[in-house]
Ligand binder design. Structure first.
Ligand code: PMP
Length: 313
């Protein structure tokens, strides 16, 4: 498979030429903010559709603000950059990408100059019939007053890396974090949901979690429409997840990924749960546009419109 070009500060470059200086804050402290975005190929339309691109742009702007970054791009510029990198690589397939704003300056207090790159990646999805075997991590989710997870910086992902490597060393597929208050937070790179006594439940936004776009999609639209119920947003205790009927992670990268056991307790009958399965199908139909509702959530980026609908500046 061909290697993909990177969009870096306005030009497409072959991956080996997309370099950052070793002394930059970007390399040394991982001083960056980023988004993980998926685009889905529609053979019928000969078009790639990015899912909820405007929301990803809005979130990276919030991360940039918290990090005191200056990046001289409007949303329309960012849209053009995404279109440029996807059509420039002639991508006629589903693709995941990282949109990364970074500090090229040196030192802990550097905020400028800032740059931007977009890095398309062929990222496989978890197989539909397999669930993850997870553990509750002994690592604690970092708190909003120390290393806020709402701020999507690469440096914050060391917390997830420690927990993921420990989980794998102990024979699990991945961790579930508790926060400093001892309540369930999220996965290393995904939002946590459970089904308990028939209700779909997820932790609140104040539980030291990322403000996930997929989480909003499920709350605002998919769970009510596909399952005929409202998502309950509330604190979740550790023992609740051991006796949940079903659980899953969600995220732009994870889509809907079932969890079938936690700390070796099988959830339900230990197989992918029926509500999780229905939601996963509904999610894939929505992002692919098989389900035609919310056209504003699918932005054409291959042939594309010249100007992105609904973009904020
Ligand atoms: N939590 C974390 C820590 C993540 O990295 C991600 C992936 N971006 C998510 C949750 C899910 O967020 P989203 O639905 O916006 O992709």
């Amino acid at each position: 498979m061909s290697t993909l070009k990177i969009w870096m500060n306005g030009t497409l470059v072959p991956e080996p030429e997309a370099k950052l200086p070793v002394n930059s804050a970007a390399v040394f402290y991982a001083t960056n903010v980023f988004e993980g975005i998926r685009a889905y190929w529609s053979a019928a339309d000969e078009e790639l559709y990015c899912f909820r691109l405007a929301e990803h742009f809005a979130r990276i702007r919030e991360s940039m603000k918290m990090m005191r970054f200056t990046v001289p791009y409007t949303d329309a510029d960012l849209y053009e950059a995404v279109r440029h990198i996807l059509s420039g690589n002639d991508l006629r397939e589903d693709i995941h990408m990282h949109l990364v704003a970074y500090v090229a300056g040196v030192g802990l207090d550097a905020t400028e100059p800032t740059g931007l790159y977009i890095n398309p990646r062929r990222r496989p999805r978890v197989k539909d019939n397999e669930g993850l075997k997870c553990c509750v991590s002994s690592w604690v989710r970092t708190s909003d007053n120390a290393i806020p997870i709402r701020l999507k910086s690469g440096s914050n992902y060391q917390n997830g890396r420690l927990a993921t490597l420990q989980a794998k060393a102990d024979g699990y597929d991945g961790p579930i974090f508790l926060n400093g208050q001892g309540h369930v937070a999220e996965g290393s790179g995904a939002t946590f949901f459970m089904v308990r006594k028939g209700q779909v439940v997820t932790p609140p936004l104040t539980a030291d979690i990322l403000e996930s776009i997929t989480r909003s999609t499920l709350i605002e639209d998919l769970v009510p429409r596909a399952l005929g119920q409202k998502v309950v947003e509330r604190e979740i205790d550790r023992t609740e997840i051991y006796v949940a009927e079903e659980a899953f992670f969600c995220g732009s990268g994870y889509e809907i990924t079932p969890i079938t056991s936690i700390d070796r307790f099988p959830l339900g009958d230990g197989k992918v749960g029926p509500l999780t399965r229905r939601l996963s199908e509904a999610y894939l139909n929505l992002v692919r546009g098989v389900d035609k509702t919310h056209p504003e959530w699918r932005t054409a980026v291959y042939q594309g419109a010249r100007v992105m609908a609904g973009a904020t500046r």
